[in-house]
Ligand binder design. Structure first.
Ligand code: ADP
Length: 540
């Protein structure tokens, strides 16, 4: 059974219903003796009761295939088989009628006569098509048969439109009636619309460029000849042109119009192609960026393992030393200092990792209160004092007399400044000079951390705030790190409504980092202003 989720119901149901209506009206016409209900116009072939009955069966077969709950294999096939059998019966009937006596039945009443052999052949195709639609493997055949039927019915319709009896009445008095033609068109369309995403219908289904162009080309292929034909036919009937001119006009008109149509679609395809190539280029760029990010992540994993393993060796050695149990209090203190320093470093690494992951998911929550930035900077200096002293650097701190404030999270602001100071200490050879300056104007506060260390390469400078970005590791920069600190600094500065920038003249030229933050305004009464300052407690 075909998968239910690829079936379409509205158009097939509409077609089946319309076809039932045509058949019922024509049967009513036969019963009430109103001729035009069976032919739509006087003098034209009529839809005979036998044909109406087969249409009712075919509509049932089509409708049952749109119902997922109905036992389609039973109803659909049974009805389709009856349609096909009816068609065979008509064809057989014709053969008997044409046969010499005594085999001929001689049935002559128009009401009970058989419909035309062309109509019978179309029913045969319809029955077979409906039956094929039941099995996925045969579905394509069912659709081809429906398409053939549609084209055949359109040919008959062309006979009516262009008033050519040859096309709809091959045998005198036994033509394919207008309601019959309409019903075949409806049923063929209904079958084609049954499974639009399967079989040959994929060519015209969906929003892809191929389907889009095919749909419009098909429409042009149907409309252009009809319009030209109608124009030529009208001119011929009005005796405005002779048959030679009509043929020449038709041929030239078709050629000209199809050339125009093909040209327009070629241009459309060109546009699609250009858009596709552009998308391809963007995909390649995105892929390259992804590969690079992946490679950086791999490097990062290796670095992380390395950085986490480094402190373990001194901790293990300290543990072994303590196990011996024969150390004096001074040795004991030194050993415990080693353990503390190394575990602090590990905690710092893990906290950075957690912070970056929180920042990526937008989960960093700031506890915003008015913060005296001189306090925050002093706390940060306190944190890195030991590291700076260990490396023998000179640290100059230049703070203003008046204490500017920001609305922010004290702990995070300390973390930002300490990170910049820590980097300055780390990336400056021993005995260097680190300078911190805090400046403030009415609107902004700037914290500048300058060092005369190894500097930042021009190629690295634009990426220095990206996660996992690090300069080449040399003996001078052996103090470790994961390449996450500045990414965090940037994120935290942004969360405070500020920014951070990096400057360096290049390798060996030192570096300068400037953190800018929006300043909280001081009110005339001495209180701190700002969005929420008036309601918030001021830190002492
Ligand atoms: P980490 O220090 O863990 O490598 P960061 O994100 O803090 O990570 O820094 C990223 C990179 O920026 C560092 O690897 C280093 O190459 C460069 N960098 C940061 N600060 C400085 C500085 N003050 N001087 C020179 N290079 C620096």
């Amino acid at each position: 059974m075909p998968p239910a989720n690829t079936s379409s119901t509205s158009l097939p149901v509409f077609c089946a219903t319309a076809c039932v209506a045509i058949s019922v009206i024509s049967l009513a016409g036969w019963a009430a003796g109103i001729d035009w209900l069976t032919s739509l116009a006087p003098g034209l072939p009529r839809l005979v009761p036998m044909t109406a009955t087969l249409f009712l069966l075919a509509s049932l077969a089509l409708w049952s295939q749109t119902r997922a709950s109905a036992p389609r294999s039973v109803q659909g096939v049974a009805a389709a088989a009856l349609v096909a059998a009816g068609a065979v019966a008509i064809l057989g009937g014709h053969a008997v009628q044409q046969a010499p006596a005594p085999f001929a039945l001689g049935v002559d009443s128009y009401a009970f006569t058989l419909s035309s052999p062309v109509t019978a052949a179309m029913f045969l195709a319809l029955g077979a098509s409906l039956a094929c639609m039941q099995w996925p493997r045969m579905l394509r055949w069912g659709q081809w048969l429906a398409l053939g039927l549609l084209l055949m019915a359109l040919l008959t319709m062309a006979g009516y439109v262009f008033r050519d009896t040859f096309l709809y009445a091959l045998l005198p008095g036994k033509g394919t009636s207008l309601p019959t033609t309409l019903s075949f068109i409806l049923l063929a369309l209904g079958v084609l619309a049954l499974r639009p995403a399967e079989g040959m219908m994929v060519a015209v289904h969906g929003s892809g460029p191929a389907a889009w162009v095919t749909r419009r080309l098909l429409l042009s292929a149907l409309i252009v000849p009809v319009l030209l034909g109608a124009a030529t036919s009208m001119a011929l009937h009005a005796k405005a042109i002779d048959i030679g001119t009509a043929i020449a006009f038709l041929v030239w008109g078709m050629a000209a119009l199809f050339t125009a149509v093909v040209w327009v679609f070629a241009l459309v395809l060109q546009r699609y192609d250009a858009a596709r190539r552009q998308a391809e280029r963007e995909r390649e760029t995105a892929l390259a960026a992804l590969r690079e990010a992946d490679a950086r992540k791999d490097d990062f994993m290796a670095l992380l393992a390395h950085e986490l393993r480094n402190p373990l060796a001194p901790i293990r050695a300290a543990a072994e030393f303590l196990k011996l149990g024969n150390c004096d209090p001074a040795q004991m203190r030194r050993t415990s200092d080693i353990i503390k320093r190394q575990t602090d470093y590990m905690v710092h690494l893990v906290e950075d990792l957690l912070d970056v992951s929180r920042a990526r998911r937008g989960l960093i929550a700031l506890d915003k209160v008015p913060v005296d930035l001189v306090d925050a900077v002093s706390d940060a200096v306190e944190q890195v004092k030991l590291q700076i002293a260990r490396r023998g650097h000179r640290l100059d701190v230049d703070l203003p007399d008046r204490h500017p404030s920001v609305l922010g999270d004290h702990k995070r602001l300390v973390q930002v400044v300490a990170n910049l100071l820590g980097n300055a200490a780390k990336y400056t050879p021993e005995g260097g000079h680190v300078r911190l300056q805090l400046r403030a104007d009415d609107q902004q506060i700037a914290v500048e951390v300058r060092d005369d260390g190894i500097g930042i390469d021009a190629a690295l400078l634009p990426r220095v705030f990206d996660s996992f970005t690090q300069g080449t590791r040399t003996a001078g920069r052996a103090e470790g790190g994961l390449g996450l600190g500045l990414a965090l600094v940037k994120r935290l500065a942004e969360l405070h409504g500020g920014d951070v920038t990096a400057h360096s003249e290049g390798n060996g030229q030192g570096s300068t980092f400037v953190l800018t933050l929006p300043r909280m305004q001081r009110m005339p009464d001495g209180q701190l202003g700002g969005r929420t300052a008036a309601r918030l407690p001021l830190r002492s």
